[in-house]
Design a protein around this ligand. Structure first.
Ligand SMILES: Cc1cc2nc3c(=O)[nH]c(=O)nc-3n(C[C@H](O)[C@H](O)[C@H](O)COP(=O)(O)OP(=O)(O)OC[C@H]3O[C@@H](n4cnc5c(N)ncnc54)[C@H](O)[C@@H]3O)c2cc1C
Ligand code: SF4
Length: 443
């Protein structure tokens, strides 16, 4: 079976080390033993996939690491990446009862990573979850990000033949191309792709739906189609001087920093990042970690109303990132050779910089949805689908993840992919046994 491999060479992301490295067995056991195994565990309620946190932690404490990984992956097949990239501070760990006792919450993400990664290192995941015999049904998933990987993985366990079509050379979606390198490198995202592949899922990279293969082809050849296409390219600011060297969309820049071995930082010493969401904070922190001397975030409102998480912004400040509030960019200043020299603000200020990243959102991929008759896109560009089943206006087409929710977290994409998998199985008349993985976790 073909494995995924990361681009070779000196990718910039490899300069950024893991902020929360894998626990040793002793560290994991000590942390697991602190857990109070709460009966109505608020950590589980706070997890969008409903992982039984107390149970998986108890299993670590008793040395049953395989059992622990089984509990996690049964509820969430993307448990490996979620352990590394989830904003646990506002989800499970944020809900841990220890917060009310004035003590450090349990390091749920790190324990989850310990359990899943340990079993992956031993090659034991495929035998962890029972797989039913082939049921003769076929499903195509568009995109190979967390939503599609989750959907296809659960369907494969139920005996479906699933093919994921990914337009990029690298599968993994934003887990491979977007998440901050100090949380996970491309290699980590690809390990998880291989985990899904090992469940029997086929991944066809470099195939764009709407180009090489059409929506009509997929509908003709499959019992169901899942759209996990995520979002499109960075939204432009539309300000004078934006086109040209030194100005880039933040998501596009992050992708090159993570995946392009020929990509360098250039001469840049002063950078600005325009925006106040998590992508803006990530980009600013990454620039600071890569050694850019002055990194300034420009946000048009005040810090209190920023969309980015407060804990991430606090971390960014500690790493030397400056935040300019009420800073509205009206243009980019260039010299005679077209080189970026600074940004101009509406209040008349001018900020010198040689790199500017625009992080004000991502466009939607409306044209992919148009490939499927009956599938609609709302005014915000989100695919219209039932919030529980993910079913769109076409009876055999489902959608989930960023393309449906407008851009949330990996764990939301994983849960929406799983819910759609359940709905597809039901629609295909495949009987789901009680206690099977596709049924576990939050409904
Ligand atoms: C910079 C950045 C950092 C982030 N950091 C975090 C984080 O730390 N933690 C967290 O939980 N979340 C994070 N997120 C959000 C998270 O990455 C997304 O919510 C999640 O990846 C959504 O999964 P998805 O499968 O819906 O879409 P994606 O991950 O975007 O995957 C969609 C895939 O579909 C493919 N595709 C699109 N159109 C086609 C087509 N026509 N044919 C074939 N393939 C197609 C795309 O190439 C892509 O690979 C971050 C997002 C960004 C932008
Ligand atoms: S809330 Fe905290 S202490 Fe209670 S079960 Fe969850 S992780 Fe353990």
């Amino acid at each position: 079976m073909t494995r995924s491999s990361a681009p070779g060479g000196e990718r910039l992301e490899l300069r950024l080390a893991d902020h929360k490295p894998l626990y040793s067995e002793a560290q994991a056991r000590v942390e697991a033993e602190r857990c109070l195994y709460c009966h109505d565990a608020p950590c589980t309620v706070a997890c969008p996939t409903g992982i039984d946190v107390a149970t998986f932690i108890r299993k670590i404490a008793t040395g049953n690491v395989r059992g622990s990984a089984r509990t996690i992956l049964t509820a969430n097949l993307m448990g490996y990446s979620c352990a590394r990239v989830c904003p646990v501070e506002v989800l499970c760990a944020g809900a841990c009862v220890y917060n009310h006792l004035g003590r450090e919450p349990i390091q749920i993400g790190r324990l989850q990573r310990y359990a899943v990664e340990t079993v992956m290192d031993r090659g034991g995941v495929p035998s962890l979850l029972p797989r039913k015999p082939a049921n003769g049904r076929k499903v195509a998933c568009v995109g190979a990000g967390p939503a599609s990987l989750s959907c296809a993985g659960y369907l494969a366990l139920e005996g479906f033949a699933c093919v994921l079509y990914e337009k990029r050379a690298l599968p993994g979606g934003l887990n491979a191309t977007g998440v901050a390198p100090y949380k996970m490198h491309v290699e980590g995202a690809l390990r998880e792709v291989d985990l899904i592949r090992d469940l029997g899922v086929t991944i066809r990279s470099g195939v764009e739906i709407g180009r090489e293969v059409t929506g009509e082809d997929l509908l003709r050849d499959n019992d169901g189609v899942f759209l996990g296409i995520g979002l499109g390219s960075d939204t432009r600011l539309g300000a004078p001087g934006e086109d040209g060297p030194g100005v880039a969309g933040a998501v596009a820049w992050i992708e090159r920093m993570k995946t392009d071995s020929g990509f360098t930082l250039g001469e840049g010493r002063r950078a600005v990042v325009i925006g106040g969401g998590n992508t803006a904070i990530d980009a600013a922190r990454e620039l600071a970690h890569l050694g850019i001397r002055e990194v300034t975030m420009l946000y048009r409102r005040t810090a209190e109303v920023m969309r980015g998480y407060a804990h991430e912004m606090a971390q960014a400040r500690m790493e030397g990132v400056r935040l300019e509030e009420r800073a509205v960019v009206r243009g980019f200043e260039r010299d005679g050779q077209g080189r970026l020299r600074g940004v101009l603000l509406e209040d008349g200020r001018r900020l010198e910089c040689d790199l500017a990243l625009v992080a004000i959102g991502q466009a939607s991929l409306r044209e992919v949805a148009r490939q499927f008759p009956g599938v609609e896109v709302d005014a915000e560009g989100c695919i219209v689908a039932d919030p529980v089943t993910g079913r769109t206006g076409h009876p055999r087409v489902y959608a989930g993840g960023d393309a449906r929710n407008g851009g949330k977290e990996v764990v939301n994409a994983a849960q929406e992919g799983k819910r759609a998998a359940r709905a597809i199985a039901v629609q295909c008349g495949v009987s789901i046994t009680r206690g099977s993985a596709i049924e576990a976790g939050h409904p």
